[in-house]
Design a protein around this ligand. Structure first.
Ligand code: ZN
Ligand code: ZN
Length: 390
């Protein structure tokens, strides 16, 4: 009997592997995840969850209450894919041109659904379980959209947890790390306003292009000269733009800078240096420089108490030495960080294994989520629910 339809008994892992592959074949992008959200919502409904659709767009929350306990636990999975062409040829490869589940969010959704099914069978917890399925993690907008739509007001949580697969780390290994775990991300847009003119008469113009060149170089000193070795940051200039033809001095020049750090303090320091450098260039070159900073996500910081609680809870599930306190520094960003700004909790990793597909980096056209994690991940969620809600 198919676990997705049955209501009692042991987890039918194959059914959830099938479900994961079905999601993989039908990837949806960004905030537009209506089919995946409906798939999630209808399963949860069948299993007896109180289901809330359309939170912050296509976000779904499934609520399950047991006993008279007042504690409330949130578990979150992401549902969105990436705008890239899958190069895998296996049977469950993406059926949609230019879209691919290359970050394993298909797997995270399947893990939480498998856990949801198992929790629906299990009477032995006491409190409220809120399962949160969010769109648009990759665009760093989904968590915020759900929160702006009242996520934690409507479904209060005392603690919240999420997981991500980690390729290149053996299956059966987890990383539960206290403190800063994923980087912040901000985009700084720089507009240099000079005065255009004829290329033959630069003395009658205020040329923004040498200013742009000087800024590109000077910005390199922020990380190398202004931060200590303990202050982690990546500053990359991803776009520069100026001019149209060889003999016209343009009015303006612009660039976009990506700034990533692992603490709000370092981020603040960098922003201050960028502002000072811009002011210095205004004086040096007689231009006007506008800086516009958009914070896409804050640094993800796991809270001490919840991280320690999760570590103790998961310890019996992993072989000795397979529950690691640190991963290699990751300067990628995760929008679960927004949720951790309102609710304490922990974001942890499960090894996705090695080899052609599972060891391949996420966001690579050959990547695939490792289905073995559906069992391991749902074991983790089940144990956490029983420990936390009792
Ligand atoms: Zn990703
Ligand atoms: Zn991801």
């Amino acid at each position: 009997m198919n676990a997705l339809n049955q209501t009692r008994g042991e987890l039918d892992l194959d059914a959830f592997i099938q479900l994961r592959r079905e999601i993989h074949q039908n990837p949806e992008l960004g905030e537009h995840t209506p089919l995946t959200a409906e798939l999630v919502a209808s399963k949860l409904e069948n299993w007896g969850y109180e289901v809330h659709r359309g939170i912050g767009g296509h976000g779904v929350v499934g609520v399950l209450r047991r006993g008279s306990g007042t504690r409330r636990l949130g578990l979150r999975a992401d549902m969105d894919a990436l705008p890239m062409q899958e190069k895998n040829r296996f049977a469950h490869a993406s059926r949609i041109e230019g879209r691919m589940h290359a970050c394993g969010h298909d797997g995270h959704t399947a893990i939480l659904l498998a856990a949801a099914w198992r929790m629906a069978q299990s009477p032995d917890f006491n409190g409220t379980l809120n399962l949160i399925f969010q769109p648009d993690e990759e665009g760093l907008g989904g968590a915020k959209a759900m929160m702006d739509d009242g996520l934690f007001r409507r479904f209060p949580c005392d603690a919240i947890f999420a997981l991500h697969n980690l390729p290149g780390i053996p299956v059966g290994t987890a990383v539960v790390q206290a403190g800063p775990t994923m980087a912040s991300s901000e985009c700084v847009s720089v507009l240099i306003k000079g005065r255009g003119g004829h290329g033959a008469m630069p003395e009658r113009a205020v040329d923004p292009i040498p200013v742009l060149a000087s800024l590109i170089n000077t910005i390199q000193t922020v990380k190398s000269r202004n931060l200590s070795v303990d202050e982690h940051a990546v500053i990359s200039i991803g776009m520069v733009e100026a001019g149209t033809v060889y003999n016209i001095i343009p009015d303006t020049a612009s660039m976009l800078i990506s700034v990533r750090t692992d603490t709000a303090q370092t981020e603040g320091k960098i922003n201050q240096r960028l502002a000072e450098i811009a002011q210095g260039h205004e004086q040096m070159f007689g231009v006007e420089i506008e800086l516009e900073t958009t914070q896409l996500a804050p640094a993800l910081v796991n809270t001490a108490e919840e991280t320690e609680m999760l570590r103790q809870c998961l310890e019996p599930l992993f072989k000795p030495g397979h529950l690691l306190p640190h991963a290699a520094k990751i300067m990628a960003t995760e929008d679960f960080a927004w949720m951790l700004t309102e609710v304490p909790g922990c974001y942890f990793f499960l090894g996705n294994g090695d080899g052609e597909f599972h060891g391949c980096s996420v966001h690579n056209p050959h990547y695939d989520f490792n289905d073995e994690l559906i069992r391991i991940g749902s074991d983790c969620w089940l144990k956490l629910v029983k420990d936390y809600l009792n």
